[in-house]
Design a protein around this ligand. Structure first.
Ligand SMILES: O=C(O)CCC(=O)C(=O)O
Ligand SMILES: [Fe+2]
Length: 348
């Protein structure tokens, strides 16, 4: 059993051993737990119950929901209380949309704040100038919260196949089922749930910007006999962030180039045959490798995804929904009623 770091956010300021554990999580393991991140256990229990209600609602209930989102090929948005979608809610709908919206939005913000605080801690751990990570990459980060619903993954199939998330940091809350595993030095280890804690893993972008000193971590979800819910929050760079790596880490360039060469492609829910990151912005990279990747992501997991984004970002991405709508029907929502099956663009 591998010992993943567990960081109590309330102790980071006062305890150097806590900061050392964070360093281990950041530079060696790529995965760690954090405690005291913002939501109480009772709030999390409520979120779990509401999420299960949404995902297990009757066909009829889900059909009603579908009617509200038929113009959105990709996501099930609940965050904008003034939107047409919310106002048009069928009075007979049993799901309590407003409550779901309120709870999920609170979770979204708590996770976003925790992620940004962690970036500040990473700056300290790396002795970077204050703001070096946050100001260069995350002044206006592209954030996305998923509800992942694994409906009794059939034996022999993966909940989610081995992958590396594409963004800066992923913050994940999971129910008590278990099944998540991470790779460390070539071996796979379970990441069991610790009640109330978040799992943090580092993504491809943070790894790239630091020449691999911050460690991107591979992970996967095993098949399980019961259903399982997890809530990953993806903190991606700002669309306008330049793909400029930090000189402070340049001494690791040779080692990182080596690592990249040995890597499988199509690593992170993106489709990157022979990727060179090059210059430009995160938006350029996103448009090239994420927006066009749906076909390749289709079979990467056995789950339904519910997705929440910030309204402003959803607008920025309007064109990508439209381009998705132009795709042949079978690419849009395979087997799905309300939710997309394993074809999120914002996450992974
Ligand atoms: O469900 C999990 O525990 C992991 C989900 C995940 O890796 C992802 O959505 O990128
Ligand atoms: Fe992931």
């Amino acid at each position: 059993m591998f010992n993943f770091p567990i960081i109590d956010l309330n102790k980071l300021e006062s305890s150097s051993s806590e900061r050392e554990e964070l360093r281990r999580g950041l530079t060696d393991v790529g995965f760690f737990y954090v405690k005291n991140w913002g939501l109480s256990e009772s709030e999390l229990q409520e979120i779990e119950a509401l999420t299960r209600e949404v995902f297990t609602a009757s066909d009829a209930e889900q059909k009603k929901l579908e009617a509200y989102i038929r113009n959105m090929a990709h996501s099930f948005y609940l965050f904008d209380m003034d939107s047409e979608f919310i106002q048009k809610v069928d009075p007979n709908l049993k799901l309590d949309i407003k409550r779901i919206d309120e709870k999920f939005w609170k979770m979204f913000l708590a996770m976003k704040n925790t992620g940004l605080d962690l970036l500040t801690w990473f700056e300290k751990i790396f002795s970077l100038q204050q703001g070096r990570l946050r100001e260069q990459f995350a002044t206006d980060p592209v954030c996305c919260l998923h509800g992942n619903y694994y409906d009794k993954t059939p034996k022999g199939e993966w909940g989610i196949e081995s992958h590396l998330d594409k963004g800066l940091i992923t913050l994940l809350y999971q129910d008590q089922t278990g099944g998540l595993e991470a790779e460390y030095e070539g071996k796979w280890y379970p990441i069991p749930p610790i009640e109330g804690s978040l799992i943090i893993n580092l993504g491809r972008m943070l790894e790239y910007f630091t020449y691999g000193v911050a460690k991107g971590a591979w992970h996967r979800v095993r098949a399980h006999k019961t259903d399982r819910i997890s809530w990953p929050f993806f903190l991606n760079p700002s669309f306008d962030a330049q793909f400029a790596r930090l000189d402070e880490f340049k001494s690791n360039e040779a080692a990182f180039t080596d690592l990249e060469k040995k890597r499988r492609i199509n690593v992170s829910g993106t489709y990157e045959p022979g990727t060179t990151f090059g210059s430009g912005t995160y938006r350029d990279w996103h448009n090239k490798y994420v927006v066009n990747a749906d076909e390749h992501r289709r079979n990467r997991g056995h789950l339904k995804i519910w997705e929440m984004e910030e309204p402003a970002k959803a607008e920025v991405d309007g064109p990508s929904f439209k381009s998705l709508q132009a795709l042949p029907n079978q690419w849009k929502q395979p087997n799905s009623r309300v939710y997309l099956n394993g074809s999120s663009w914002g996450g992974y």
